[in-house]
Design a protein. Sequence first.
Length: 134
Amino acid sequence: FLTGTTMPSFYERRLFMHSEDFALIENFKSLMRQAMIYAQYSHESIFDESVNDSVAVSYLNVAASKFAASEALYYSQFAVLERDEAEEIFHLFDSYMSELLTNQKTEHSHQWTDIEFNRLKETFDSSVFAFENH
């Protein structure tokens, strides 16, 4: 329908719109998965005694950037991307990030960091964003 001067039919417009929506959804899923990979790296690094804690914080920063980009995309395209589990994942990541940074700053145990990460991972792994759903 992109050739010629005639208006596309309703079906052609609808097909094109669904194709754009599908691409948007797949890009959103990919961004969420990238964010989770870096969250996983930060979690692994904070518990690895051979790795400087600044590495964990750096991975956390990348994860935060990717989750922030995901959240911005989510709310800018809410009609297409709306999923309660996405909002829950954003909230759980914020909790995990807060715990890791607070415990790092105060030099406390990362017991709650681990608990918050596991809550995030459990929710992520049971969502449409799970790596096994790729």
